[in-house]
Design a protein around this ligand. Structure first.
Ligand SMILES: Cc1cc2nc3c(=O)[nH]c(=O)nc-3n(C[C@H](O)[C@H](O)[C@H](O)COP(=O)(O)OP(=O)(O)OC[C@H]3O[C@@H](n4cnc5c(N)ncnc54)[C@H](O)[C@@H]3O)c2cc1C
Length: 466
């Protein structure tokens, strides 16, 4: 179906991006063969590191002429195998395009290249009293381009939304090699179909993002963080819908069950607060008026206690706040350590927030039924739970039971009015579950869109659809 990369193509690629921009060593091919899904590894035939949109366009054109697949890649922090080059070919690594091009303090917008690390960008705008809210827990490693391609969310999504709510413009290289500019420094735009939103979350299958324009907010002046332990995880889950229906929208409302906290303790070799509790909620509130923020946290504290919380701990120092959040941010890495091979199947289901207690209960049942360790945590304020089936059983048991457990969990989420993935994307690992969330008409429309953008199917083939 695809051609192999030969010497003449390698030479043309070197002429296009320079000698050092083409990697073919064993170490490089291995390093670019995977993302954060441990068991998925396919080596590319070469890695190309362009520095400009024109170079990206030239590489994509060359690949198109030779029918060589191209897999765009940011930092490889994805959790759906999206950056894995399943058909070999080229990995197009955008990490050298990593400049913040402009922070426009009059329009409250910024232009960045796709390889900018999200956390670094956030810290730069914060120095100017500005705020870029999308905050995937991987923010200190993942790229803005990867965030656009996955429409990444994070703890702030409950109040501030996800990446799509901040992107106002994109420069994109299409599979034909043509460069298009979409959107601009405008607050409103209904000029034609919304191609901007079509490209956001398209998982590198429709175009390569080479420049991103995002809007910024003023940085809130006040912030309070609460850690709330519970002896029963159901009570923690029930608190979530009570908080939302009280009409207070926190900045973050995260859920962690005991096994996830214990795994981080083991990894970091330090004790968590309230380490024996069955579950924790981690709540953040922000705003500009201290008394309003205080009133909101007191009200949320009352709701937590009314739902049976053991305590409500208020982070009154930066050190305490960082210690609370450190646990949350390390969970994925810590859970991987529970498997001798560092393998787990991470699901990313999302349900209406009121269904959270039922979802968590039924996930526990699935774990018991299949005799698998299943640990859940996540963005409970969005009804988005990361369900991790840990591989700590023999290979044959894993192969027989893990796919069944996964399918049951996806089906439960859909039955409860939810979706297959809230933020990690379909990529490679969730392709077979796409029909659970979408009907044939929608899938056919999506496939048609892919074909119109990319008739030769060279850009990130093998993803999203079977
Ligand atoms: C510890 C941990 C915590 C995480 N927490 C969160 C979280 O809270 N919220 C969340 O949403 N995700 C989270 N993730 C998942 C992941 O970090 C995000 O999906 C992130 O957006 C990936 O960015 P990346 O730069 O690493 O992209 P990659 O993994 O390199 O690529 C991801 C996809 O984007 C495509 N792509 C990358 N760059 C471009 C580009 N310039 N143009 C077109 N396509 C491109 C790739 O082809 C691939 O399909 C987490 C991951 C880890 C490991």
């Amino acid at each position: 179906m695809y051609s192999r990369i030969d010497q003449s193509l390698l030479e043309e690629l070197r002429r296009t991006v320079g000698e050092t921009g083409v990697l073919v060593s064993e170490e490089a091919l291995e390093a670019y063969s995977h993302d954060e899904v441990a068991e998925l590894r396919v080596r590319p035939e070469a890695v190309v590191k362009p520095r400009t949109a024109d170079q990206v366009a030239a590489v994509v054109r060359l690949a198109g002429e030779r029918t060589v697949p191209v897999t765009p890649r940011g930092a490889g922090q994805g959790l759906s195998g999206g950056a894995v080059p399943v058909f070999g070919g080229l990995v197009l690594s955008l990490d050298s395009m990593n400049r913040i091009l402009e922070i426009d303090q009059e329009n409250l917008m910024a232009w960045v290249e796709p390889g900018v690390i999200t956390g670094e960008f956030q810290r730069e705008v914060e120095k100017l009293g500005l705020f870029y809210p999308p905050d995937p827990a991987s923010q200190d490693s993942c790229t803005m381009g990867g965030n656009v391609a996955e429409n990444a969310g994070g703890p702030h999504a409950i109040k501030y939304g996800v990446t799509k709510d901040y992107v106002c413009g994109l420069e994109v290289v299409l599979p034909s090699g043509r460069i298009i500019q979409i959107g601009g420094k405008v607050v409103k735009n209904v000029t034609g179909y919304n191609l901007l939103q079509l490209l956001i979350g398209s998982e590198g299958t429709l175009g390569v993002v080479t420049k991103i324009l995002v809007r910024l907010l003023p940085l809130p002046k006040e912030r309070v963080d609460l850690l709330v332990p519970y002896d029963d995880f159901r009570r923690a889950a029930k608190t979530v819908s009570d908080v939302i229906s009280s009409r207070i929208i926190p900045t973050a409302l995260e859920f962690m069950e005991r096994d996830s906290i214990a795994a981080v303790e083991k990894l970091l070799e330090k004790e968590a607060f309230f380490r024996d509790s069955a579950a924790h909620l981690l709540v953040t509130l922000d705003g500009n008026d201290r008394s309003a923020v205080d009133a909101e946290y007191e009200r949320i504290g009352e709701l937590c206690l009314a739902n049976g919380a053991v305590d409500v701990m208020v982070a009154d120092t930066l050190q305490t706040r960082e210690r609370m959040w450190e646990i949350r941010k390390m969970i994925i890495e810590a859970l991987q350590n529970l498997s001798p091979e560092r393998i787990m199947d991470t699901q990313d289901v999302v349900v209406p927030r009121t269904e959270l207690p039922r979802l968590l209960d039924r996930i526990k049942e699935v774990g018991r039924k299949h005799g698998m360790s299943i640990v859940s945590f996540g963005h409970s304020g969005d009804g988005n739970v990361h369900v991790n089936v840990i591989k700590n059983v023999p290979e044959d048991v894993w192969r027989a039971r893990a796919p069944r457990a996964a399918e049951e969990i996806y089906r439960i989420a859909v039955e409860l009015g939810g979706m297959v993935t809230g933020e990690h994307g379909i990529g490679l690992t969730r392709k077979r579950y796409l029909p659970l969330g979408l009907d044939d008409v929608q899938i056919d429309l999506m496939k048609q869109i892919k074909e119109d953008f990319d008739p030769k199917n060279i850009l990130n083939p093998g993803k999203i659809f079977d």
